[in-house]
Write a protein that binds this ligand. Structure first.
Ligand code: TRP
Ligand code: SF4
Length: 403
């Protein structure tokens, strides 16, 4: 099933401490855009956090609610996007287990993040079963909602690719449901007389003559059908090509625009580099952090000219300043007509302006934990209904629905 047909978006974030401006510019702003265009499910990946933080799970517990508050404060709209917690939907674990039965070990061992992270986090023992299964759990997260689109950063693309392979394998192994043809024919009847005929004509053109244009047309027609269920749609997709039922549509990575948010030292903003400004950092602390930020080392005295390209503050101007302001920095820095504190001032102002409404909204939510809990409960309920339905289908496909 193509992603354009499947308007469901799913993404998760691990609760490992306070969110910072890197998360805001790299992930949350993208989510804000998507929530108006797609049916969005966003969740707290607490089990994923546990794969690396299993020795200190208390930290996870402490971050779960704060992270949801950060999302809401940033403008995620719970009326549109569904927010939930992974561990509240135990079906993820059941699907992870069932998928583990048919996942070759080598598929997991060759996911690049497996070895990379083990080397990077060498202070922890990550030679665990759970850590090896990290991307498979992620596949279960994605597939259980039949999400077509998964917004992720570059480092997660290989995980979505694994989810595609898992979906394909599962469909191949278990997609041959008994009575498939009859069910597909019954689904085609629900398209109405005209579209039913069109569907069969196009299907024949594709199957008899390999006419891929006809295949595309038939798919496009299915996309425009509002009143058939996801299950029927997947049957009709599978039937077009002659195969079995598509239980799991193949998800696609929606690569988030690379975050240009630099940290205080000019490297990518990241908790592990200790160069972050938190989303809800106090104004005093923001001011202090920017004031003490390093600048072009050539500017020892106020009268020494500098080069913005050698200065991490310039990176922040790229994010926050318009062309006029940037020109002022270029001219002032290279001629030593402005000082570094002059140069930093508009950056501090811009960050405070950005954070102010976020901080205000966060304060409201913090005072009103019940509302946050209700938002999560509502999201969990919707998510769980979808997850339960998928699991019924999965158990049936695998022949595990004995009573
Ligand atoms: N692994 C993701 C990360 O570290 C988090 C995650 C877990 C996720 N499950 C997911 C992202 C499913 C997208 C879809 O950022
Ligand atoms: Fe950096 Fe601005 Fe100082 Fe130049 S004037 S070195 S760009 S802080």
């Amino acid at each position: 099933m193509s992603s354009s047909a499947n308007r469901r978006v799913l993404s998760g974030m691990r609760p490992t401490g306070q969110l910072h401006l890197g998360h805001y510019h790299g992930v949350l702003k993208n989510w804000l855009k998507l929530q108006n265009e797609y049916e969005c499910f966003f969740f707290v990946a607490d089990w994923h956090a546990l794969t690396t933080e299993y020795e200190a799970p208390q930290e996870i517990a402490g971050s779960v609610f704060d992270m949801v508050i950060d999302w809401l404060a940033a403008g995620i709209n719970p009326g549109t996007a569904k927010l939930f917690i992974q561990s509240h939907i135990p079906e993820h674990a059941e699907l992870h287990l069932l998928l583990s039965m048919c996942t070759p070990l080598s598929w997991l061992e060759r996911v690049p993040s497996y070895k990379d992270q083990q080397e990077k986090l060498s202070n922890r023992d990550l030679t665990t079963y759970g850590f090896l299964g990290y991307p498979l759990l992620q596949s279960a997260d994605i597939l259980i909602y039949k999400a077509g689109n998964v917004p992720v950063g570059e480092d997660q693309v290989a995980h979505v690719e694994l989810a595609r392979e898992i979906a394909r394998r599962f469909n191949y192994l278990y997609g041959r449901e008994p009575g498939f043809e009859e069910k597909a024919e019954a689904a085609a009847k629900k398209l109405g007389k005209k579209n039913n005929k069109l569907y069969h004509d196009l299907r024949r053109s594709y199957q008899e003559q390999g006419d891929t244009l006809a295949l595309d047309k038939a798919r496009a027609m299915l996309v425009s059908q509002q009143n058939i269920s996801i299950g029927d749609r997947e049957r009709l997709y599978g039937y077009l090509e002659g195969g079995g039922k598509v239980i799991f549509p193949e998800p696609q990575a929606l690569l988030s625009p690379a975050s240009k948010m630099p940290g205080l030292d000019g490297q990518k903003m990241s908790k592990s580099y200790g160069n972050t400004i938190n989303l809800r950092e106090s104004p005093a602390s923001v001011g202090e952090k920017i004031r003490t930020m390093p600048t072009d080392p050539a500017r020892i005295r106020r009268s020494d000219p500098g080069d913005p390209d050698k200065c991490p503050v310039w990176g922040l101007h790229q994010v926050y300043s318009d062309d006029d302001l940037k020109q002022w920095v270029q001219a002032g820095c290279t001629t030593a007509t402005i000082g570094c504190l002059d140069c930093k001032k508009p950056v501090v102002d811009a960050i405070l302006r950005e954070q102010s409404p976020i901080r205000e909204r966060a304060k409201e939510y913090q005072k009103d934990k019940e509302t946050v809990k209700a938002i999560i409960a509502d999201g969990c309920e919707v998510a769980r209904d979808v997850a339960r339905e998928t699991m019924e289908e999965v158990r049936e496909a695998m022949g595990l629905d004995y009573t």
